[in-house]
Write a protein that binds this ligand. Structure first.
Ligand SMILES: NC(=O)c1ccc[n+]([C@@H]2O[C@H](COP(=O)([O-])OP(=O)(O)OC[C@H]3O[C@@H](n4cnc5c(N)ncnc54)[C@H](OP(=O)(O)O)[C@@H]3O)[C@@H](O)[C@H]2O)c1
Length: 268
């Protein structure tokens, strides 16, 4: 892993063939180094403001999945970044379709991050918050039956009372953040912050991320650019109706490993 931006001693020039040399900062970063590189912004004491970051992976031609999953376009280092971002978060917000398609599991407590989490006043693992209108969820999954921290189901006030009751019976906590069946992203972020979850991470998918972008609640995007081309009609990382004026983000950092680029942008 090496840092390309901001430029540092590790940003060594590469020969034209692009081959990495052992002395080019190509060593594997420790999880502590990754956690430092991705630390949430310092919050003023008193009333911390929620900070919502997204973590997504995309191919060079903009595909956010291949064969319905993101794994084929990811890498071992991408998964280390993924795990690190989870370990820094209070809550992981995810759309129900990603839970259904990717067989989402609860976040686990990891010894490597235990001291850091404790110092940050966090429990051993982030909660997962599933955004859903239908509550069409497999409640027998470990995500609901055996999470370390109860999984949250975020839905609208008009969502099925029977399904809400079933989710609660399975061990989930239901959070209402919308007047209809759907969730209002602004209200969802506020409701999570009121529960003390101010370091928010969303892992998509594209339909959820599109709404978070459109409603202006996204503060940061951690985007892995995978050195792959897939062609076809796969979703981009954010879908749904486009915004009227493109939202401008500023590059905070750029890391590279094995041709994968790990970018971090914040709203400017
Ligand atoms: N490249 C990446 O980094 C990445 C990341 C994540 C996922 N993915 C891929 O993306 C695909 C799934 O993404 P997706 O865009 O189809 O789905 P998604 O965003 O994960 O989930 C969509 C579902 O979330 C719920 N939802 C979204 N907005 C809502 C709102 N405002 N109120 C209430 N519920 C809401 C709805 O659930 P209900 O239907 O239950 O009402 C909706 O059907 C998978 O193939 C996955 O592999 C890629």
């Amino acid at each position: 892993m090496r840092r390309l931006f901001p430029v540092s001693d590790e940003t060594a020039a590469r020969p034209p063939d692009g081959a990495a040399r052992a002395d080019e900062g190509g060593r594997e970063w420790t999880l502590d180094e990754l956690a430092d590189a991705y630390a949430y912004p310092e919050q003023p004491p008193g009333e911390p403001r929620p900070w919502l970051r997204a973590n997504m992976v995309s191919t060079l031609d903009g595909a956010a999945q291949h064969d319905g999953r993101s794994q084929p376009i990811s890498s071992a280092t991408d998964m280390r970044v993924f795990g690190t971002l989870r370990a820094l978060a209070d809550v992981v917000v995810v759309g129900a379709e990603t839970v259904r398609q990717e067989g989402y599991r609860p976040a686990r407590a990891r010894a490597e991050f235990a001291a850091r989490r404790e110092a940050a006043g966090q429990g051993p693992a982030p909660a997962v918050a599933v955004v859903t209108a239908s509550l069409d969820l497999d409640l027998s999954l470990p995500l609901f039956t055996s999470p370390l921290v109860p999984t949250l189901v975020v839905t609208g006030a008009a969502a099925s009372p029977e399904r809400r009751a079933a989710a609660e019976k399975a061990g989930a906590q239901v959070l209402v953040a919308g007047d209809g069946v759907g969730v209002d992203p602004v209200r969802a972020v506020r409701a999570l912050a009121e529960r003390g979850c101010t370091r928010l991470l969303t892992e998509g998918g594209p339909r959820l991320l599109g709404q978070l972008v459109a409603s202006g609640v996204l503060d940061e995007l951690c985007l892995t650019i995978s050195p792959m081309l897939t062609a076809g009609g796969a979703q981009r990382i954010a879908g749904g109706p486009s915004v009227t004026v493109p939202h401008r983000f500023a590059l905070m950092s750029l890391l590279e490993e094995d041709g994968f680029l790990f970018s971090r942008y914040r709203r400017s």
